[in-house]
Design a protein around this ligand. Structure first.
Ligand SMILES: Cc1cc2nc3c(=O)[nH]c(=O)nc-3n(C[C@H](O)[C@H](O)[C@H](O)COP(=O)(O)OP(=O)(O)OC[C@H]3O[C@@H](n4cnc5c(N)ncnc54)[C@H](O)[C@@H]3O)c2cc1C
Ligand code: FES
Length: 347
């Protein structure tokens, strides 16, 4: 581990729960000394480092447990065909084993002050952070929740019994709409629109296979739902090894680089020194600030910020799509200024 990177910890697997034929939850034992470090918000994920086949692979898994609702942290993994880490977790990970893991991270969380209804759109394993958000919203807020959950067939529905129990207990606040591909084919635009119902004045959380999320986002944008109300979690694996730069920009003249960056974080504004070669995240941390980050490899999205002024180059940018980049979002773990002045805001 290089100096300055997020701290890794070893946690013990306390229990393994078979949820469906190809999904398992792993309950973690967090010792008292690490409880503060592993405090989390519903919707966040953990990043694991796993040695498989001679390589060390980093993978994120969302917490399916919810703080205040579940005693222990749990994450849920669905097997991916030929996937290295998901299959290793299913085949090799047993109670008592230890896993190497970074503290919780992620921005797929509930806005604390919001009171609007929540609409959760999930497909397959995308239910994991949504389940955590749903439990927290029902237990700690007066918000109503609508879950639209697409699966191959009834046997693939993860957390089916727990979801049904919650719907029975909270019929006035929780509505669950299951879509089964085996019965009605893949969800299409009309299917999503009808599953959403008229309740479009809501906060939307999307997590599932990429085509499903693209479709859901298209339906919401066509219905004029503001982008700020649409929250998306992408389940992607990082590429193996070093990649060539995706954004092929000539190296900037040293004289064009800023000597400091203006950083807005946690309600404060800071002028942090910048040394050539540093990422914006590194510069902010070197100045003693604590912006969020986890993987430092461009796939988890925890370090996202808005570029307010200036230009940057990013060696890799897996966690942002083209429209998010066009809106000025950057991955601060990758972004290096290419011009002065440079100003960045963490929201
Ligand atoms: C923020 C976040 C949260 C997530 N939360 C969850 C969660 O809660 N639950 C969950 O199940 N998943 C979750 N994921 C997805 C998870 O991190 C992994 O991406 C997933 O488990 C697949 O990893 P893998 O190692 O098994 O598959 P990989 O080995 O990464 O393979 C993925 C696909 O690529 C193919 N492939 C493998 N190796 C290669 C290669 N060398 N070249 C080309 N193709 C290849 C495989 O056949 C497979 O189809 C999350 C991801 C993110 C970013
Ligand atoms: S820290 Fe994971 S994308 Fe930047």
């Amino acid at each position: 581990m290089s100096e300055g990177r997020a701290a890794r910890h070893e946690l013990r697997i306390a229990r393994v729960v078979q949820e469906t034929a190809d999904a398992r939850s792993f309950v973690l034992d967090v010792p008292p000394a690490l409880r503060e470090c592993f405090a989390y918000r519903a919707g966040q994920f953990l990043t694991f480092e796993v040695a498989v086949g001679g390589a060390t692979l980093g993978r994120c898994y969302s917490l399916s447990s919810a703080p205040g609702c579940d005693d222990a942290l749990a994450f849920t993994v669905k097997r991916v065909a030929d996937g290295r880490v998901s299959n290793w977790m299913h085949d090799a990970l047993r109670p008592g084993d230890r896993v190497r893991v970074l503290p919780p991270a992620g921005r797929f969380v509930l806005a604390q002050e919001a009171t609007r209804p929540l609409v959760l759109l999930g497909g397959g394993s995308g239910i994991t952070p949504l389940f955590s958000l749903l439990k927290t919203a029902i237990a700690t807020t007066p918000r109503s929740v609508r879950l639209v959950y697409a699966n191959r067939d009834a046997d693939s529905i993860i957390f089916r019994a727990a979801l049904e129990a919650l719907a029975v207990r909270h019929p006035d606040r929780l509505a669950i709409h299951h879509h089964l591909d085996a019965e009605r084919g893949f969800l299409d635009e009309a299917g999503i629109r009808s599953a959403l119902g008229p309740a479009l004045d809501a906060d939307f959380y999307l997590c599932g296979p990429t085509p499903f999320m693209n479709l859901a986002e298209t339906v919401l944008r066509k219905a004029d739902v503001p982008r700020a109300r649409i929250h998306i979690e992408r389940f992607i694996s990082p590429p193996d090894g070093e990649l060539p730069a995706e954004i092929d920009t000539p190296a900037p003249e040293a004289s064009a680089l800023p000597t400091s960056i203006t950083v807005h974080l946690d309600g404060g504004t800071h002028e942090v020194p910048y040394a050539p070669g540093q990422s914006i995240l590194q510069a902010a941390r070197a100045a003693g600030l604590s912006p969020p980050f986890a993987c430092e490899e461009s796939y988890c999205g925890s370090c996202i910020a808005t570029l307010v002024r200036g230009t940057v180059e990013m060696a890799q940018c897996h966690a942002l799509d083209a429209s998010e980049r066009a809106e000025g979002l950057i991955l601060t773990c990758q972004a290096k200024p290419t011009s002065a002045p440079c100003e960045v805001r963490w929201d």
